[in-house]
Design a protein around this ligand. Structure first.
Ligand SMILES: [Zn+2]
Length: 107
């Protein structure tokens, strides 16, 4: 995996809707994202990756994150590191393969 640098942040967006099934997502994470435009210019930025309890249920990395929110209901301050570890695995799983699709959901 080419990424793995530091700097992505857990940015939870309340009430966000899944762009696939329109259900409410468990959480959304803003991750660094850069890509090459057609003219060769590299564009850096972030994209928003949403976790849907229905659409992402089958993903290996998603299940622990969904379980975390089911158990805690929200992010508990002293458990942020635990959550970050779960999110990292999920983002690594969901990130590269679905880049185009997910980008569409970002504003
Ligand atoms: Zn969905």
């Amino acid at each position: 995996m080419g990424h793995g640098g530091p700097g992505w942040e857990v940015d939870l967006v309340a009430g966000l809707r899944c762009h696939r099934c329109t259900g409410e997502v468990v959480c959304a994470v803003r991750v660094p994202h850069s890509f090459l435009r057609a003219d060769g210019t590299e564009v850096g930025g972030t994209r928003l990756v949403a976790l849907c309890p229905d659409c992402d249920r089958g993903r290996a990395g998603a299940a622990p994150v969904i379980a975390y929110f089911r158990a805690h209901g929200r992010v508990v301050a002293d458990r942020v590191e635990e959550l970050a570890g779960l999110l990292r695995e999920w983002v690594a799983d969901v990130g590269p393969a679905r880049a185009g699709d997910l980008e569409h959901s970002a504003r």
